[in-house]
Design a protein around this ligand. Structure first.
Ligand code: N01
Length: 539
C-alpha cells in the first residue's frame, strides 16, 4: 500500500483537467493547446518568470546554437511572420523576451503560477485523478504533463573546500539576475562544455585573469554569428510552410540543412577537406551533417575530428595549450558539439590560461585559490560550468507515485523507461514532453516540443470526446520501445563518450543512452502510428 508523502496530506483546494509542470517553451505551448481544447489547466513554475532554461541560463555569452529562424515556434503563422529575430543565433535575453511575448500574446499568464515548486504527484486509482502538491498547497488533476525540461537541474560537483571559498561562486545554469561584473577579477572557470565555451571568451574580455580548468577537451566549431538582414528574415518567412515541414519530417535533428548522400570515406582527402572547410566557414551545428556516416563509423568520424584538431593547432599559438585543447578521448559529436565565438583564439590572450585537470584533478578549493597538481591558482570568483543532471534530474526531484504506489524513481532506478519518451507504464494520464526515449536533446528542441504537445493534446481531445478515463503505456509496448532506443544507440558511436546523454556525468547514475537517435522524422512517424493505434484501443 502506498504511503502518502508528507507534503501530499493536505486536501486539494482546486481541481483541474490538467496540471502542467514548468513554464518554458514546452509548458507555454501545452497551455495554449489545452486552452484551445476548452480544458482547465494550471501551470506551476518554480522560476520567477516564464522561459525555462532561458530564464536560468543567463551566463555571459549565452545564446542558442540553433539558428533563430528555426529555433522558434511554428504553431502560429502570425507569430513567426511578425517576430523579428535580430541575429543569426539569438542571445539569451532576446529568447527570454520571445518567451515572455508568447506568454502575453496568447494571454497565458493567468493560468501560470510562478515561484511554485511541484513537490509530488500521487495517482489515486479509485477516482483516476492525480493529487499534485506544490510549495503552495495541493490540487487535483485528471492529467499531469511534465514540461520540466531536459537541462534544468544544474549540478555542482562536490569539490573539497568549495564551501570555504571566500569569493563569489556562480553556476552557469543558475546565473544571478543582477549583472555580474568580473572587471579586474581573477576568475576560475571549471568545465569546458557548451556553457563554458560560450562564456569564457566574454569573461576573458572583462577579467584580469581567467584560469580554465579542463577535464575533457571538447570539439567546437565557429558560430559565425551576425545580425540577420531583412532579406534573410523575409526569405525564411516566405518559405516557412515548406521549411517547417522539412524540419519536422525530413531532417534527423529538426534543423533544415542539406542532406548528405555519401559517407566520409567516399570522397578523396582533398574533396573531404574542402567540404569540411565549407561548413567550418559557414559555421554552426550542421558541421556534423557533411557526411551521412560521421556518427556511425569510427574511420569516417576520425576525418572530421582530425579536421577540427588541425584547426585548433592553427588557431592556438602555444603548442602545449593547443595539444591540450585537442579532444582525444571521444568521437566528434558523441558529446554535443559546441558552437563558439572565438573560443580557441581566446587562449592566445595573455590573461587566459588552460589548466589540465585530467592529469592533475582539482585537489581542493581554498578560500582564494583552486589547487590542482600541487599548485594554487589564485582566483577571486569561480564559475562552475559543470552541467546538469540531464533528462531525468528534474523529474526525479518530484515524488511521483503511480499505480500501486510505485514511485517513478524506483521504476527508473536502473535508467529511465518510457514508451516513446512520452509515457511510462504504471503512471496513467502522466505525460512527459521531450522525455528520455525521444529525440529531444538531439534535435531542435522546439520542433520536438511542438510535436509532443500536439500528440498529447490530440490524445486528450480524443479521451474527452469519448469519455475515456485513463490512458497509459503498456509494459510490453514500453519494453519494446526501450529495446529499440538502445539498439539504435548501440549501432552508433555515441555510447563511446562519457557524456550527459549517457548519464555519465553524475556519479552513481545508471549509464544508459537516454535520447532516441533515430531522428525526428522517423520518430514522428512512429509516434503518429502509435497514437492512431492507441486511440483505436481506447475506444
Ligand atoms: O554542461 P556539460 P554545459 N571536475 O555537461 C566538467 C546545452 N547547452 O552546461 O566532460 C571537473 O556539457 C565536464 O567535464 P567532463 C547543450 O546541449 C546548449 O556546458 O565531464 N570538471 C564538462 O567539461 C550542452 O551539451 C547551449 O570531463 C567537471 C563540463 O564540466 C548542455 O547544455 C549552451 C566536473 C560540463 O559540461 C550542457 O552544457 C549551453 C568535475 N567534478 C548549453 N564535473 C546552446 O547553445 C563536470 N565537469 C543552446
Amino acid at each position: 500500500m502506498a504511503t502518502q508523502p508528507q507534503s501530499a496530506q493536505g486536501k486539494p483546494t482546486a481541481s483541474y483537467d490538467v496540471v502542467v509542470v514548468g513554464a518554458g517553451f514546452a509548458g507555454l505551448y501545452m497551455l495554449h493547446r489545452l486552452r484551445g481544447l476548452g480544458l482547465t489547466a494550471r501551470v506551476y513554475e518554480q522560476g520567477g518568470d516564464v522561459g525555462g532554461t532561458w530564464y536560468w541560463n543567463r551566463y555571459p555569452g549565452a545564446r542558442c546554437d540553433v539558428e533563430s529562424m528555426q529555433y522558434s515556434f511554428s504553431f502560429d503563422d502570425e507569430l513567426q511572420q511578425e517576430w523579428n529575430w535580430s541575429e543569426r543565433y539569438a542571445p539569451q535575453p532576446e529568447i527570454l523576451r520571445y518567451a515572455n511575448h508568447v506568454a502575453d500574446r496568447f494571454d497565458l499568464r493567468k493560468d501560470i503560477q510562478l515561484d511554485t515548486r511541484v513537490e509530488s504527484a500521487v495517482f489515486d486509482e479509485h477516482n483516476n485523478r492525480w493529487t499534485v502538491t506544490t510549495s503552495g498547497g495541493s490540487v487535483s488533476a485528471h492529467h499531469v504533463v511534465l514540461a520540466t525540461g531536459c537541462l534544468s537541474n544544474a549540478r555542482t560537483p562536490e569539490f573539497r573546500g568549495l564551501k570555504d571559498f571566500e569569493g563569489q561562486v556562480y553556476h552557469t545554469g543558475h546565473w544571478p539576475h543582477e549583472p555580474v561584473d568580473f572587471t579586474g577579477l581573477r576568475v576560475g572557470v571549471i568545465g569546458t562544455g557548451s556553457s563554458a565555451i560560450q562564456s569564457i571568451p566574454v569573461i576573458a574580455e572583462q577579467a584580469s585573469q581567467v584560469f580554465v580548468f579542463q577535464r575533457t577537451a571538447n570539439f567546437s566549431v565557429p558560430a559565425h554569428n551576425a545580425p540577420l538582414t531583412e532579406e534573410e528574415r523575409a526569405r525564411w518567412r516566405a518559405n516557412y510552410a515548406e521549411l517547417r515541414r522539412r524540419a519536422r519530417e525530413d531532417m534527423k535533428n529538426g534543423i533544415v540543412q542539406e542532406v548528405p548522400d555519401r559517407g566520409a570515406l567516399d570522397d578523396p582527402d582533398e574533396v573531404r577537406r574542402r567540404k569540411y572547410q565549407a561548413r567550418w566557414t559557414s559555421g554552426g551545428l550542421t558541421f556534423m551533417g557533411v557526411y551521412n556516416n560521421l556518427a556511425l563509423e569510427q574511420a569516417a568520424n576520425d576525418t572530421a575530428a582530425n579536421f577540427i584538431r588541425d584547426k585548433i593547432a592553427e588557431i592556438v599559438e602555444d603548442p602545449e595549450t593547443a595539444r591540450l585543447l585537442q579532444p582525444n578521448n571521444h568521437p566528434v559529436g558523441s558529446k554535443r558539439i559546441c558552437v563558439d565565438t572565438d573560443y580557441y583564439a581566446t587562449f592566445n590572450r595573455p590573461n587566459v590560461k588552460l589548466v589540465d585537470i585530467r592529469s592533475h584533478p582539482i585537489e581542493q578549493i581554498l578560500p582564494h585559490a583552486v589547487r590542482s597538481g600541487g599548485k594554487d591558482y589564485g582566483v577571486d570568483a569561480l564559475v562552475l560550468a559543470t552541467g546538469f543532471d540531464a533528462m531525468t534530474g528534474s523529474v526525479a526531484k518530484i515524488d511521483i507515485r503511480g499505480r500501486g504506489g510505485q514511485t517513478l524513481n524506483d521504476k527508473w532506478a536502473e535508467g529511465p523507461r518510457t514508451y516513446l519518451g512520452l509515457m511510462s507504464a504504471g503512471f496513467p494520464n502522466l505525460f512527459i514532453i521531450t522525455g528520455p526515449g525521444s529525440p529531444s536533446v538531439l534535435s531542435n528542441m522546439i520542433v520536438s516540443i511542438e510535436q509532443h504537445v500536439d500528440w498529447i493534446a490530440d490524445c486528450l481531445a480524443y479521451m474527452g470526446d469519448r469519455g475515456v478515463e485513463t490512458m497509459e503505456a503498456t509494459h510490453p509496448a514500453e519494453d519494446k520501445w526501450v529495446a529499440h532506443v538502445n539498439e539504435v544507440a548501440q549501432g552508433t558511436l555515441y555510447p563511446q563518450a562519457n557524456s550527459w546523454y549517457m548519464g555519465a556525468n553524475i556519479p552513481g547514475k545508471p549509464q544508459i543512452f537516454m535520447p532516441y537517435i533515430g531522428g525526428v522524422g522517423v520518430y514522428r512517424r512512429s509516434a503518429t502510428t502509435s497514437r492512431r493505434r492507441i486511440m483505436r484501443d481506447l475506444r
